[in-house]
Design a protein around this ligand. Sequence first.
Ligand code: MN
Length: 138
Amino acid sequence: MKTDKNKLAEIFPKGEKGSSETFTGNAYPTALVEADSVYNTIVGNVYFEPGARSNWHSHPAGQILIITDGVGYHQIEGKKIEIIKKGSIVKCPPNVRHWHGASADVGLQQLYIVPNIEKGIVNWDEPVTDAQYLINDK
Ligand code: MN
């Protein structure tokens, strides 16, 4: 039962496992729309296995997340955890530290959109510790 619940519908290519320098656990980021001078926007997909999450990070021009399957967390530093799930839309404001990833028990599939990339795409910081992550899992 749990296995079925945790099985996400894979819409986009899963790609390679993301670097442990920017993700904790098993996360698979894949670029879908590469940067170009017309749109100045990148779009991609990330599969997060249960427990996987990004490091703390910020986006110089902000980011929009569209959750296409599963259950996960998004947290802006200093604020309470936000539970995100299939159908959730999240705006991460410019230059605000935050993280996002799967819940402990269920994976997450998210599309990300980063606009105005002439300002930059992402600035990576330190990992989200187990204590920071688990305190949100109550
Ligand atoms: Mn982000």
